[in-house]
Structures are given as C-alpha cells and as structure tokens.
Design a protein around this ligand. Structure first.
Ligand code: NA7
Length: 553
C-alpha cells in the first residue's frame, strides 16, 4: 500500500518533549486553537525531572523562583515544601500543571521521535516515531531540553561489569539497591555533588573517581512554610519582573534588592569584598554569580572569589591531602557550572569514602569486578555514572533532522553549533528549538526563557497563519551575524579558559564553541523582537502571507 493511502495524521503543531518548556508550549498552542500533538519519550511529564531520579536530586534555583510565571492561578495554588525542591516534588508540580490545564489529552507518552524530515513539496515536517508511527506537521517545535542527552563515556570493558551501572540521568524508576554495597561514582559535577553525600550514607564503601574537581557552595536547603510563601505570592508579578532583569533570571530570594551586580570586585577593598562573599556564603546557593560585575570577565576579580571558596574547602575537609585534591586548580570559578551542595565536602571526612584523582590515575578499563584506574582495581558492586550530558545539541542530534534539500541538522552543525537566536536554523523552515544552543538557556532561568520563547513562537505562527504553505526560516546571514555576536561575547569572558560542557568540551569530537548566549535576557529579548518587527527582516519567508509579505520582500 502506498504511504499516503494509510491515514497519516496531520497537525498544525507538533511539540517534542513534555518538560517545562514543552508543556507551556502545548498550553499556548491549545489556547490558540491550533491542532497540536506532543510526543514524549518518557511515560510521564517533567522532562529532566522525570529522568533524573538519582539520590539527592533537587533543583538548585529556589523553587519559588524555579517555577512557571504564565499562570497566576498556578503561582497562587501550588505550595512548595522546601527551598530547593527534591525531584519527586518537581515531577508532582509538572503533573499538577498538566492536569490543571488538561494537557495530557494531547500528549502521547512512551513515544520517542526518531526523525523529522522537511518535505519541500508540501511544506510539512514528516515526523516519524521509533515505533514507526508517522505524522505530519506544519510547525515542529523541539522542546527536547538542554541537558537531556546522557553522556556515557566509551571505556574498554564497560559491558563486562557484573553489577548494575546506572546513570544519574537515567536512574531506574524502581531505584537501585545501594545499601551496604561498594559503590563507585564516576564524575563530580552538579549531579554527583548531590548524589555523593546520599550514597555515602548507605553504601558500605564509596569510591569517587574525580577527573575535574567542582567548586561547590552550600545550598542551605530548608523547609519553607506558608507565611514565607504567602509573602512572595503577594506580589509574584513583581518578583517575575525582577527576575527577567536579574543576572541569570533568578535573584536568590534574600538578594531581591540586588538582582544585578553593580560593582567590580576590584574596586572595593578586601574588607567589603569578603563581607559580601560571607553574606552570600551564609545565605547559600548560587547567588555568587551576581556578586560583582567582573567575576566572569577579569581573571584577577575571579581569583578573589576562587581563593575565598578554596579556603572554605580547606576548612571543610579534615585531611589536607584530600582537600588539595578537591580544590580546582586549572579553571576560573563560575566557568564550569557552580554546584550547590549539602555536606558534599564533609562527606570526604567519612571513614567509608575514598577520593581518587583520575588526572593522576586515569581510568584504564572496566572489568566484571570494578574499575581499573592508575593500575588499581577499585572493586565494587555498583558503578554510578554521573558523567553529564551532550549538552544543548545532544537531544537534537539524536533525532534524524533533515531540512531543505535533505540536509541533516548534524551536518549543518559539523563545524560548530550555529543557530539564529538559539531558535531556528537556516534551511530548516518552521522548526523551532526551545532553550536551544545559542540562546541564553543554561545561563538564564530555563522556565522563564521557555515561556518567553513560547510567546515568540506563538507570534510567528500567528503571523504566518494565513497561508498553510507559508514557511519561515532565518536567512543564512542572520545566523552568521548571531553567531559572530555570541562568539564575540564569549571571547570577552573567561569561559573559553575552562574545559566545560558550555564549550562542548565534554564530548569527544564536538567542535569547541560557546553554546550559550552570554548577553542579558533583556538584550536577547530585544534581538528576538527586532528579528520579527517590521516584516521579519532577518528571515526568508516562502508562501508570502499578507501579514509579513509587505516589508519582507
Ligand atoms: P557535568 O556537570 O557535566 O558533570 C559530569 C562529570 O563527569 C564531570 O565531573 C566530568 O569531568 C565527569 N566525566 C565526564 N566524562 C568522564 C570520563 N570519561 N571519565 C571521568 N569523568 C568523566 O554533569 P552533571 O550531570 O553533574 O550536571 C549537569 C548540569 O545539570 C549541571 O551543570 C547543572 O546545570 C545541572 P570533567 O569536568 O569533564 O573533567
């Protein structure tokens, strides 16, 4: 039978991914009256929070901030229990929002999208699921997440290990038995920093294999009550406005009056500088990013904070040799993601915890009995891979995406990731990425960014709405211009001095480039608005809908 004889369902909008960005996009598309279907690989909503079920997993932006702003009802009704919510509560929150707006009736779970191919004849995306099911859509919105494609290194013998070897980012729903076991954790990024103290409490022995030490700041998590929440809920709109202009999109609530840094670390004297660091250390969390204007741009300024945190690590770890191993030596603080910890460093004071420096003792192979590093076999019952993600592009690369002329998105990116505004690519009409590479994503509150991008996408769909064959894609020169601007901002910062997932360094063969737009959200928003104002000057439009044709020609 010919394919067309089989009923291929057609939607105006297909969304991929039921994380926070995808759910909000679905809400908007439905409200607009568009025919829409969302495909999700998992069996439930929540995206990153659905998959990352490892012990200790919790958000590191305060929950009162790390939440939706688009519905005042949601803001008022939902109650958080802790300053930084644990993973199960974040999933419950996503469920609450999905149920409140009856979103699940347009979501197909357990459905991984395998390919999306643009058909130039029909101006439609042909989307195929791994199950073989096929649908068509005019707009394909990839809400696939910035940190969702797990990275598991290829190491000799990896399949031979006799016990379980879960990844933090794909932690089994039924859990992993760690009680009384000998556990090896590989990696010391944010996930490991959260998991290690929890695993150490129950394992008979924990060996941590560390390639690059992290900088971690105490999270100082605690329960939050109604009185505290009601104070914020009294003017949530006001808080959201502050967040949109704040460094990183969050203020850390005790610093609401100081959302952006105003002084250089070098223009104040040491007493004032240390007092500021002490205040933030006592408050806990990631507000350090917003302490001074030049921490990410001046090596000398940066060192003032690095030295401060190094001294704290030495205070927290009893054995000086272990403390030295835990102190980062070769990258500026904040240029790899700062971690928020609960008893991370103190965990190395426990009798049942050993730290191995992989720089001195690289991993050689995995055997049925454990991990061989530097000639020593670290025998264990469980290996936990806390080795991060193929960030920003990994989830998109896993889908076989082909635009005009059959060109693969992977090939478009073979010399370095490039997008226009992190939203679209030339040659891939009507395909939009949410929290994509080249957007402020990892450097801005991802939920608020997703909400803004959702509004932007809605406007684009609205403007193109008149003609079902109309398509829109950035001009190649708009993409070049955006990349030049983004690369230039990165080159002024200290980020290139660190090997990090921000720069694509953690994935062998990934071209090096700053994957996150470092301008402020305000500036990003201005670029997004200018791009579509006055007839979409930065875009190539086919089908010429009346609303944009006049000026775009
Ligand atoms: P991260 O932050 O990318 O951390 C991954 C860790 O795994 C990091 O310490 C890596 O060392 C280590 N790693 C990766 N590959 C290897 C190999 N082959 N051998 C040894 N060690 C390895 O991921 P997370 O999941 O912790 O956090 C991701 C983000 O989620 C975080 O930034 C927050 O935004 C939330 P490396 O530093 O590459 O030397």
């Amino acid at each position: 039978m010919k394919e067309d004889a089989v009923a291929v369902r057609e939607f105006e909008v297909v969304i991929v991914g039921a994380g926070f960005a995808g759910l909000h996009m679905l809400y908007r598309a439905r409200k607009k009256g568009l025919s829409v279907r969302l495909y999700e690989a998992g069996s439930g909503v929540g995206g990153t929070w659905y998959w990352n079920r490892y012990p200790g997993a919790r958000v590191d932006i305060e929950s009162m901030e790390y939440s939706y702003s688009f519905s005042e009802e949601v803001q008022q009704e939902w109650k958080w229990t802790e300053r930084y919510s644990p993973q199960p509560e974040l999933v419950r929150y996503a469920e609450f929002v999905a149920d409140k707006f009856d979103l699940k009736r347009d979501i197909q779970f357990d459905s991984r999208v395998a390919s999306a191919v643009f058909d130039e004849q029909t101006a439609r995306w042909e989307i195929r699921l791994q199950s073989g099911e096929q649908v068509r859509a005019r707009f394909c919105i990839m809400a696939t997440g910035l940190l969702s494609a797990p990275n598991k290194p290829k190491i000799e013998g990896i399949e031979s290990f006799a016990g379980p070897q879960p990844q933090t980012s794909l932690w089994p729903k039924e859990g992993v038995a760690l009680e009384g076991k000998r556990v090896v954790v590989i990696g010391t990024g944010s996930s490991a920093v959260q998991a290690i103290p929890e695993i150490a409490k129950v394992a008979s022995h924990l060996t941590v294999l560390q390639r690059t030490p992290a900088y971690a700041i105490p999270a100082r998590n605690h329960a939050i009550d109604d009185v505290y929440q009601d104070k914020i809920k009294a003017d949530y709109t006001g808080l959201r406005e502050i967040e949109k202009n704040a460094f990183g999109g969050f203020v850390s609530l005790s610093f609401m009056d100081r959302p952006v840094p105003t002084k250089s670390a070098l223009e104040v004297d040491e007493e004032e500088r240390i007092a500021e660091y002490d205040t933030r250390w006592a408050a806990g969390g990631l507000s350090f990013y917003a302490t001074f204007t030049d921490l990410l741009f001046s090596k000398d300024a940066n060192e003032t904070l690095a030295d401060y945190v190094k001294a704290k690590i030495r205070e927290r770890v009893k054995d000086p040799e272990t403390a030295e191993k835990l102190i980062p030596k070769d990258y500026p603080i904040l240029t790899k993601r700062l971690c928020a910890d609960t008893n991370y460093y103190e965990t190395y004071n426990r009798e049942n915890v050993t730290l191995v420096d992989l720089r001195m003792n690289p991993i050689e192979r995995i055997t049925p009995a454990g991990v061989v590093a530097g000639g020593t076999l670290h025998e264990c019952d469980v290996i936990v891979w806390a080795t991060g993600f193929d960030a920003m592009s990994g989830a998109l690369d896993r889908v076989d995406i082909r635009g005009r002329g059959g060109r693969r998105l992977k090939d478009h990116w073979s010399e370095g990731l490039r997008t226009f505004l992190g939203l679209m690519c030339a040659g891939f009409p009507n395909m939009v990425y949410m929290n994509g590479p080249g957007s402020p994503s990892a450097f801005f509150h991802p939920i608020l960014l997703g909400e803004y991008q959702g509004e932007w996408i809605e406007q684009v769909i609205d403007d193109l709405g008149a003609d079902p064959r109309a398509t829109l894609e950035p001009r190649a020169e708009s993409e070049d211009e955006w990349q030049r601007h983004s690369d230039e901002l990165a080159s002024l910062s200290l980020f290139p001095a660190a090997k990090s997932w921000y720069m694509g360094d953690n994935i062998p063969g990934k071209p090096r480039r700053m994957l996150v737009y470092l301008g402020s959200f305000a500036s990003y928003r201005q670029h997004c608005e200018e791009a579509v104002a006055n007839g979409y000057p930065k875009f190539r439009i086919e089908g010429r809908p009346a609303s944009v044709a006049a000026v775009a020609s």
